[in-house]
Structures are given as C-alpha cells and as structure tokens.
Write a protein that binds this ligand. Structure first.
Ligand code: AP5
Length: 222
C-alpha cells in the first residue's frame, strides 16, 4: 500500500520564520499549507463578519476567539487535498483548547516543529518584513530584499507589524506555548531559527525526510 501523507505542525514566536519555512516545505514536499493568520487576513480582506471581529483581536496581539478560528481551520484541514497530500499547519493550534479540538477528532501531526529565535531578534524581523500582494511571497528589507524595482514598489506591510504590537503578540505566544509543548511532547522538535533561511530549512529537511522514511518503512513492513 501507499504510505499515509506527512502531517506537520509548525509553531514559534511572531516573526520566527514560520511562513518563510512553510513556502520552502510546501515546494519540496507538496504539503497543503494552512496558515491560521492567512485565513484570518483573507476573511478581513473579504469583509466578512468573522473578519471584522477577528481584526479587533489581531490589532491587540491577542488570540482570535475559538468560535471563529476552530471551524475555519477545521474546514480547511478536512478538504480532500489536505487529506491526500498531507498538511502543514502554520500557527495552529495556538492554545490548549485549539489542540484539544483536534485531539477530539483524532487529528495529530507526525512532527511538531518549534522554531526557536531569541526575542531580541524578533522586533527587527517584524519591522523589516514586507509582503508581495501579487505572489504572497514574504520579504525582509535587510535579510530577503525584493529581486527588482517592480516588486519593491508594490510591497505592503501588515497592520500588526509594529514594534508595539509585536511585543503584545510575543506575550500571547509565551502564555500559550507551554500547554502545546505538553500535548505534543512525543512529536515536538525544537529547531534553531537563528541562522539563515537556508540553514533553518536544512535542519527542517532532515527532520521531515526522516519522518517520511519512517512512514514508508512502516508500510513496506506490513
Ligand atoms: P500570524 O499571521 O500567524 O502571525 P505570527 O504568529 O505573529 O507570525 P508571523 O506571520 O508574524 O511570522 P512568521 O513566523 O510566519 O515569520 P515570517 O516567515 O513571516 O498571526 C497573526 C494574528 O492572527 C495573531 O496575532 C492572532 O491575533 C491571530 N491568529 C493567528 N493564528 C491564530 C490562532 N490559531 N488562534 C487565534 N488567533 C490566531 O518571517 C518574519 C520576517 O523575518 C520576514 O521578513 C522574513 O523575511 C524574515 N526572516 C524569516 N526567516 C529568517 C531568517 N532565518 N533570517 C533572517 N530573516 C528571516
């Protein structure tokens, strides 16, 4: 039989590099990338009621209530593409109750990657971040500058990417991360996020490839 696809969760402080690594993981392993933050920003852009409510919490750097987030992510996760190709959950679950909602459905990752970056570096990463609205690509003015003038001129900034707001987001992160660490203790791996983008991806590649090998081995033995 065919091995089950890989299911991955990735967590870390704001601007620790989750989105950047997810672009690379998606390209190499073909997993379906599901970012809670991106789904919420899409709701805001469409102007839905959920989006309007969510924005109030995001502006304060707080978690958006479960009533909005849990079904939104669950709906995406249960779509056929994510089930067939495997999923990459980015920024979800972010609290004990969100993790429990998945546990109740029997949904667990093969591996839970926790990106580790010292707090002092996060502010600089946040204030220098820019996004290309056309491709969704993540840039940094200093560390990943745009390839040309045309891209540079259309880059945008997120409404919550200020020094003041990243501090609030960081507090929220530390209030919740310990409960996740205990739930996913058996599959959690800390990855040093304080090297180059390629360096971090190199570590992640080793982990994912070995997870995938284990799954394939299990299938061929049975
Ligand atoms: P979300 O969008 O998930 O934001 P976040 O967790 O704060 O993470 P970021 O997207 O800011 O950073 P990232 O780790 O993806 O870093 P990136 O790769 O861009 O959530 C936003 C809000 O939505 C939350 O505050 C909350 O309100 C709400 N929300 C989201 N999920 C929720 C949930 N589950 N429940 C309830 N509410 C929820 O990198 C950052 C910058 O650094 C970039 O410029 C990048 O180019 C640069 N960079 C990346 N890697 C490196 C490197 N190795 N070296 C140098 N620079 C690098």
């Amino acid at each position: 039989g065919k091995a089950d696809p890989l299911n991955v969760m990735i967590a870390g402080a704001p601007a620790s590099g989750k989105g950047t690594q997810c672009e690379l993981i998606k390209a190499k392993y073909g997993l379906v990338h599901i970012s809670a933050g991106d789904l919420l920003r899409a709701e805001i852009a469409t102007g839905t009621d959920n989006g309007k409510q969510a924005k109030e919490f995001m502006e304060k750097g707080q978690l958006v209530p479960d009533e909005i987030v849990v079904n939104m992510v669950k709906g995406r996760l249960l779509q056929p593409d994510a089930q067939e190709k495997g999923w990459l959950l980015d920024g979800y679950p972010r609290s004990y109750s969100q993790a429990m909602a998945l546990e109740t459905l029997g949904i667990r990752p093969d591996i839970f990657i926790l990106l580790d970056v010292p707090d002092e570096l996060l502010v600089e990463r946040v204030v220098g971040r820019r996004l290309d609205p056309e491709t969704g690509k993540i840039y940094h003015l200093k560390y990943s500058p745009p390839e040309n003038e045309e891209i540079a001129s259309r880059l945008t900034q997120r409404f919550d990417d200020t020094e003041e707001k990243v501090k609030l987001r960081l507090q929220t992160h530390y209030q919740n991360i310990e409960s996740l660490v205990s739930i996913y203790e058996d599959v959690i791996v800390k990855v040093n996020g304080n090297t180059t983008v390629e360096g971090v991806f190199g570590e992640i590649e080793k982990l994912l490839t070995s997870s995938l090998d284990k799954k394939t081995e299990m299938v061929t033995k049975h």
